[in-house]
Design a protein around this ligand. Structure first.
Ligand code: BES
Ligand code: MN
Ligand code: ZN
Length: 494
């Protein structure tokens, strides 16, 4: 999408749809601004008929009197005193949906100067592109929807254009993550995920290493490989690296990469949404989407490793049995009391591998537990970490980009729920606090001196209905938080 900031006033602008953000109580002052594209008396009447006061999410569509514009969409932003950047995102997505099926330029006029540093300009631009995303790859005769291809942000000075330059690479990462998540499990297999990773590496000059089953065996990855055993498809352990010239931090990002989770012999039954379990690689999608963006925007001073232990959780004659005892690559033994708690088994070996890289910090993202969906819903992911600085940094990064992230307790006493009579650990704790015991399980595979955070995205990686900047389906959750966090790391003095 071509995005530009222009100094032109509204009266000189031409294009197909114009979105106007209106602060509560400010419309009166603004009416005159539009006098050459909509008759003042007419506009006044329409506003009063609709009781349009600029309340948050209020919408009024007015036809232009000028042929150079087809439609003007007024969107309320709410009171100026309570205004958050996210109000800009939400208003933009409402307006953008009104522009679908209109060919030509989309224009946006917002009260830009209420925020500094062009953060609102970036937020609005991202919101337009991400709201307009449609995945038609699997339609044989795709509906001809017209989505905006050109966006002009009206009434800004030219300097805003440099802030905008990262919007497209960031959105491309989010869109890649969405496409990976929505690709069905017969298409996006572990091998295909590895191929997609190679494409990212080739296009953006990242290093790539793919470990096959044999190499994983040599490394003693008994937990990860046990999950893969029940599938006809080969597991692929993916390792991408972004390495700038000067390195101050070394970060490892790990994504759960179950291209399908049937539950295994603890099969997913009634109501457990087995048919949705293609999205069980949402963590890997976020991490690979971030790799794509980071490969393009090339942040300085931070080396980033991207890891995915990709496989499927299926059933066959050699599948994991409930009751099996496994040995992970750090030597710990695990009694599998539930084969559906498979994500943590794959992550265990990925975490051990990550620690061997001796990083500054590790962050994993995983569609790990249904319990997290129950606790936080589909707008907020759960964060578990014993490191305050890391937690604060991630939550700040998430807040800035409008992704919900909430710190949850790492209650060490709950580890008793993972006590096995035969092995070092059970893979599954009791139902109450199930996301906490999942995090405590992962902790067993992280070296205690390495800052580590676990983000459970089981709720946020998918939405059933259009929600703000997310069209229904895969959200690409996590890409923008990770990229923003990595970018902010290099501004920290070390
Ligand atoms: N992939 C699921 C978690 C999940 C559930 C993601 C619902 C998205 C929506 C995970 O592998 C799983 O099955 N977890 C079990 C763990 C349980 C057996 C301890 C769960 O949450 O039910
Ligand atoms: Mn499962
Ligand atoms: Zn799973």
């Amino acid at each position: 999408m071509k995005i530009s900031a222009i100094t032109t006033g509204i009266n000189e602008w031409s294009g197909s749809v114009l979105i106007v953000g209106v602060l509560k109580g400010e419309i009166e002052n603004q009416i005159k601004l539009f006098n050459s594209i909509v008759n003042e008396t007419y506009l006044r009447k329409r506003l009063s008929d609709a009781k349009f006061k600029g309340e948050s999410k209020q919408k009024l569509i007015v036809e232009s009197i000028e042929e150079k514009i087809e439609k003007i969409v007024f969107i309320g932003l709410g009171s100026p005193e309570n205004l958050l950047i996210n109000d800009f995102r939400v208003a933009t997505s409402i307006g953008t949906r009104e522009s679908f099926d209109h060919k030509g330029k989309l224009g946006i006029f917002f009260p830009w100067d209420v925020f500094d540093h062009y953060s609102n300009v970036i937020a609005v631009s991202e919101a337009v592109r991400l709201t307009s995303f449609k995945d038609l790859r699997f339609k044989s005769d795709p509906d001809q929807v017209t989505l905006p291809t050109e966006l002009e942000l009206i009434g800004l000075d030219e300097r805003a254009n440099s802030a905008i330059s990262e919007v497209n690479p960031i959105c491309a990462g989010v869109e890649l993550a969405r496409e990976l998540v929505s690709a069905p499990p017969n298409i996006l297999t572990p091998t295909q995920l590895a191929k997609e990773s190679s494409k990212i590496a080739n296009n953006f000059n990242l290093k790539i290493k793919i470990l096959g089953k044999k190499e994983c065996e040599e490394r003693g990855m008994g937990a990860y490989l046990a999950v893969a055993k029940g599938s006809d498809l080969e597991p692929k352990f993916i390792h991408l690296t972004y390495s700038p010239k000067k390195i101050k931090n070394k970060i490892v990002l790990i994504g759960k990469g179950l291209t399908f989770d049937s539950g295994g012999y603890n099969l997913k039954v009634g109501g457990s949404q087995i048919e949705k379990m293609k999205y069980d690689m949402g963590g890997s999608a976020a991490v690979l989407g971030a790799a794509r963006t980071i490969g393009e925007i090339k942040p300085s001073h931070t080396e980033v490793h991207f890891l995915v232990a990709a496989c499927e959780n299926m059933i066959n004659g050699s599948a994991l049995h409930p009751g099996d005892v496994l040995k992970a690559s750090n030597g710990k033994t695990i009694e599998v009391n539930n084969t559906d708690a498979e994500g943590r088994l794959t992550l265990a070996d990925a975490l051990v591998y990550a620690c061997q890289l001796e990083p500054t910090a590790i962050v994993d993202l995983a569609t790990l537990t249904g319990a997290c969906v129950i606790a936080l819903g589909d707008e907020i992911a759960g964060l578990w970490s014993e490191n305050d600085d890391l937690s604060k940094g991630l939550i700040k990064a998430a807040n800035e980009v409008g992704e919900g992230l909430w710190r949850m307790p790492m209650r060490n006493s709950y580890k008793s729920g993972l006590k096995s009579s035969i092995a070092d650990l059970l893979n599954t704790g009791p139902r109450p606090g199930g996301s906490i015991t999942a995090a405590l399980f992962l902790k067993e595979f992280v070296k205690p001196n390495i800052p580590w955070a676990h983000i459970d995205i089981a709720g946020t990686c998918w939405t059933e209905k259009d929600r703000d900047i997310n069209p229904s389906g895969a959200t690409g959750y996590g890409v923008r938080t990770l990229v923003n966090w990595i970018k902010e790391l290099n501004t920290l003095s070390k």
